[in-house]
Design a protein around this ligand. Structure first.
Ligand code: PMP
Length: 285
């Protein structure tokens, strides 16, 4: 049976799920999205991505033509319709069809799209051996230009960084902000461990406020760690004992090399391992 995709209340077969070429989501990347995980057929922390979706839309002056409870029901329905247990739901809201000009006021029909599919994680061995990443020259968007807190359909800043990473043979890349501080990776937040303390850049560093980041910070504090949000530099990364990334699709993934430099002893560290385990228990119990 073909996967069903939700567009504004109607379910379409995957191949027939299309939107107009006049949609400003396509013409200008004018819209917002979310990625949500499901474990055992149930969505993980639905309220947070929904809140972030509504906040992102508000920042773009885009009114989502449905309510959060209705969206929640539709997301659950799409998981059930497609028989997805452990999967990934992509929710998009586009500005809708307009003229070829930028003016969002001329767009009248925002499109709400829900795609429930399987999840594509990093290869399993990377969770055991750890990732090698590099710092790229593409600077994370200046928050006063396009705030990284908005999860918008325009991901070009991250894509440019991803291309740089891929061309250097790395599947994830570290982006610095306009001040030269560590911001985040192209689709994941970053954490360091140094002398038993866990560190991650604050929101002011110009990052997406990751939902996995938030869950991992809570887990770290519950486990008794000194968990701090603090500005970090490349120097902090190079001298860290451990490094790991967090994201909805990736969950918690160890990093063992940054810019060809070995982090710690070059294997995933004990704190990372503990948090990976705790996150696994949180999502699967
Ligand atoms: N930063 C960026 C730029 C992202 O795209 C993502 C993934 N959506 C994250 C961080 C991780 O956020 P989350 O844990 O909410 O998936």
């Amino acid at each position: 049976m073909a996967l069903k995709v939700y567009i504004n209340g109607t379910l379409y077969d995957k191949d027939d799920a299309k939107i107009s070429v006049y949609d400003h989501g396509l013409l200008y990347g004018d819209g917002v999205f979310e990625g949500i995980r499901s474990y055992g057929g149930k969505v993980f922390r639905l309220q947070e991505p929904l809140d972030r979706l509504w906040d992102s839309a508000k920042a773009l002056w885009l009114e989502i033509p449905t309510s959060k409870p209705q969206m929640a029901r539709n997301i659950q329905r799409m998981l059930e319709t497609n028989g997805i247990e452990d999967g990934y739901v992509r929710v998009l809201v586009t500005r809708g069809c307009g003229t070829l000009g930028l003016d969002p006021n001329r767009c009248t029909d925002p499109q709400v799209i829900i795609i429930a599919d399987t999840v594509s994680l990093y290869p399993k061995e990377l969770y055991e051996k750890g990732l090698a990443i590099i710092t790229v020259s593409t600077v994370r968007s200046h928050p006063a230009a396009l705030s990284p807190r908005i999860k918008s359909l325009n991901y070009l800043n991250n894509i440019l960084a991803k291309i740089e990473g891929l061309q250097a043979g790395c599947i994830e890349a570290l982006m610095l902000n306009h001040k030269g501080e560590v911001a985040e990776c192209t689709g994941d937040n970053i954490f360091l461990v140094r002398r038993g303390r866990i560190l991650t850049p604050p929101n002011e560093a110009g990052i997406l406020e990751g939902i996995t980041r938030d869950a991992v910070m809570t887990l770290a504090r519950e486990a008794g760690y000194d968990m701090r949000e603090t500005p970090l530099t490349k120097h902090d990364v190079y001298i860290a004992d451990e490094c790991f990334l967090t994201g909805t699709a990736a969950e918690v993934v160890p990093v063992v090399k940054v810019d060809s430099r070995t982090i710690g002893d070059g294997t995933p560290g004990p704190v990372t391992g503990e948090l990976m385990q705790r996150f696994h228990e949180l999502t699967r119990s």
